[in-house]
Design a protein around this ligand. Structure first.
Ligand SMILES: Nc1nc2c(ncn2[C@@H]2O[C@H](COP(=O)(O)OP(=O)(O)OP(=O)(O)O)[C@@H](O)[C@H]2O)c(=O)[nH]1
Ligand SMILES: [Mg+2]
Length: 320
């Protein structure tokens, strides 16, 4: 049954949670009306400030997110939360836990909470998350917090595409090395050493500062990532995190980095959608006659695999 997309978008803009949820389901489920949804959203997007939070499991991302939401709510901002789990095909585990931890905010009409599992999606995370962010943006969220579970390549990718990306660590051996391995030291604009109530927080912050300082020499005016210590479970240090976020945002706006990042995010989105479309077309072709015919001609020596592939690729774009 066709959904009244413009009506739904209008309701979402009024801040109706059910309309927002409905729209996210439409984009997440790759509904046939996905294109219509995206076209409606396009002119009303671009106001939300997107913050990515990433870090090892259990480091305190959800607790920090919840504390950040409280801080933003006190400042009168509307907040969207997107928890993305790229390793899970279910919106189950993480969601349940987060519901509990986000409990304070679940009934707040100024807060949208959404969990998203992306394994099994064509194009994965890169494809689904930005579209859900667009919905939250269009729904009038001033800030969208994107929590990615884990520190694998796809998490790092998603975090790197935020306006500001926060990397969380906790005191303890090996976290620094893990971070370096995952390429996390390149993507953080703000580093948070959470669980600062535990032993070793100062050492971790020091180690982090040291590692961040070891990178290439920065040109004057370049962003120097900040390192903030927090006890998220008690809300300690959260105001400092907000301050660091604001500082990075102001810097990024002034330097043009914000626009640059958003352009890169859009380019990545387009590329992902295009590659997904091509892959789908390719899949259709694989079952069809075109590829068979070309293979036959290669067998007969009438053409070579390169020329045949050129023909196939040209056909892919022409016929779509
Ligand atoms: N001691 C201490 N515990 C904390 C702190 N922040 C969070 N925790 C606890 O650490 C555990 C994990 O916190 P979460 O916020 O769920 O961590 P997460 O990074 O979202 O975990 P995943 O989503 O599973 O990757 C919970 O039991 C929290 O109560 C802190 O500052 N100090
Ligand atoms: Mg979590």
């Amino acid at each position: 049954m066709a959904v009244d997309v413009p009506g739904l978008v209008a309701q979402a803009r009024e801040g109706r949670p059910r309309a927002v949820a409905r729209l996210i389901s439409l984009v997440e489920g790759a509904s046939p009306q996905l294109r219509e949804v995206m076209a409606e959203l396009a002119p009303i997007c671009g106001n939300a400030y997107v913050v990515g939070l990433t870090g090892s499991p259990g480091v305190g991302k959800s607790t920090s997110t919840s504390a950040l939401v409280s801080a933003y709510r006190r400042a009168g901002k509307r907040v969207g939360i997107l928890a993305v789990d790229p390793s899970s095909p279910f919106s189950g585990g993480a969601l349940l836990g987060d519901r509990v931890r986000m409990g304070d905010h679940a009934s707040d009409p100024g807060v949208y909470i959404r969990s998203m599992a992306t394994r099994g999606h064509l194009g994965g995370l890169a494809w689904a998350a930005p579209q859900a962010i667009r919905v939250l943006d269009a729904a009038g969220c001033d800030v969208v917090l994107v929590e990615t579970v884990g520190v694998g390549q796809s998490e790092v990718e998603i975090a790197a595409q935020a306006d500001t990306s926060v990397v969380l660590l906790a005191p303890g051996m090996g976290d620094g090395i893990q971070a370096a391995k995952a390429g996390i030291l390149e993507i953080g604009d703000v580093y948070v050493v959470n669980k600062a109530d535990r032993e070793g927080a100062d050492a971790t912050a020091r180690e982090l500062n040291h590692m961040l300082g070891l990178g290439e020499a920065r040109a004057p005016g370049d962003w120097r990532p900040s390192v903030v210590k927090t006890v998220a479970s008690r809300g300690e240090g959260i105001d400092e995190v907000v301050e660091a976020l604001e500082k990075h945002r102001a810097w990024a706006e002034e330097r043009g980095t914000l626009t640059e990042r958003r352009r890169r995010r859009a380019a990545h989105e387009i590329e992902t959608i295009a590659v997904t479309a091509l892959r789908e077309r390719m899949g259709e072709l694989r079952g069809g006659r075109r590829l068979e015919e070309l293979a036959e001609r290669v067998l007969r020596g009438e053409t070579d695999p390169y020329a045949a592939s050129d023909e196939l690729v040209a056909g892919l774009t022409r016929e779509s």
